[in-house]
Design a protein around this ligand. Structure first.
Ligand SMILES: [Zn+2]
Ligand SMILES: [Zn+2]
Length: 242
């Protein structure tokens, strides 16, 4: 942790022109790939309903797992001294100390960075699936991309005390992350319930020890200590937790 970092450092610097261009470019490029996949699906529609259901459920599950993997990686391994990850690490650490400050971050900034990740993951898969005429993969990737880009909207839903009735119904049906599910992440050592869309991957792979196994392998390969930076932050700011 940087020695100069104190509570005022939570107030992250205004977005630079370079960051804004980066966010807009990510959103535009990923949006183009997403629209192309919808146009292609429309023009090549030959899917039977079991494949449609499988593609949609698979896309939702993969996006939930993807949200968990990203959250886990930031909570477990990165620190704010890595220049190009600094803003994201600060936002994640700040969130553990002051959970409600995420509502200050505009959707477009969240979505800009996540668009690049969705683009890198889905563009090659969508391209290959189009060449192979694998419509279910194109549909699944399009569902994955949409949910990954909007995953922090779901995270905010998991932090809102008051919700419209239809959202509460979706949460009760386990189709959306609930405050009860996500609060277990914040109440503990920040080492479980990482997934932010509906928690399906937490309740399956997570419970089966997926994240612990990944941690064990990475710690063994690199010698790094899981959550070292997060624990430093908590030691430093625990007393100020609001
Ligand atoms: Zn949270
Ligand atoms: Zn966390």
């Amino acid at each position: 942790m940087s020695e100069s970092l104190d509570a005022s450092a939570f107030t992250v610097a205004p977005y630079s022109r370079g960051e804004l261009v980066f966010h807009i470019a990510g959103g535009a490029l990923n949006g183009l790939v997403w629209m192309a996949s919808l146009v292609w699906l429309f023009a090549h529609w030959n899917l039977q309903w079991p494949w449609i259901a499988l593609a949609i459920l698979g896309g939702i599950y993969a996006a939930d797992l993807g949200s968990g993997l990203l959250h886990w990686a930031f909570d477990t391994w990165f620190d704010e001294d890595i220049e190009f990850l600094r803003r994201m690490v600060l936002q994640v650490r700040e969130h553990h100390v002051y959970p409600n400050r995420i509502f200050r971050i505009h959707f477009l900034h969240d979505a800009g960075t996540l668009s690049w990740i969705a683009l890198i993951v889905t563009a090659p898969a969508i391209g290959i699936a189009m060449l192979l005429d694998a419509g279910a993969v194109v549909l699944g990737a399009a569902v994955f991309s949409l949910l990954l880009v909007t995953m922090l909207v779901f995270h905010k839903i998991g932090h809102r005390a008051r919700q419209p009735r239809w959202i509460r119904v979706l949460q009760k049906s386990r189709l959306l992350i609930s405050a009860a599910h996500h609060s277990r992440h914040h109440g503990g050592n920040h080492d479980f319930n990482y997934c932010l869309i509906n928690g399906w991957a937490d309740d399956t792979l997570g419970r089966a020890g997926f994240f612990r196994a990944l941690e064990w392998a990475i710690a063994r390969a690199t010698g790094a200590e899981p959550r070292r930076n997060d624990h430093e932050w908590l030691r430093r700011f625990e007393s100020r937790k609001a």
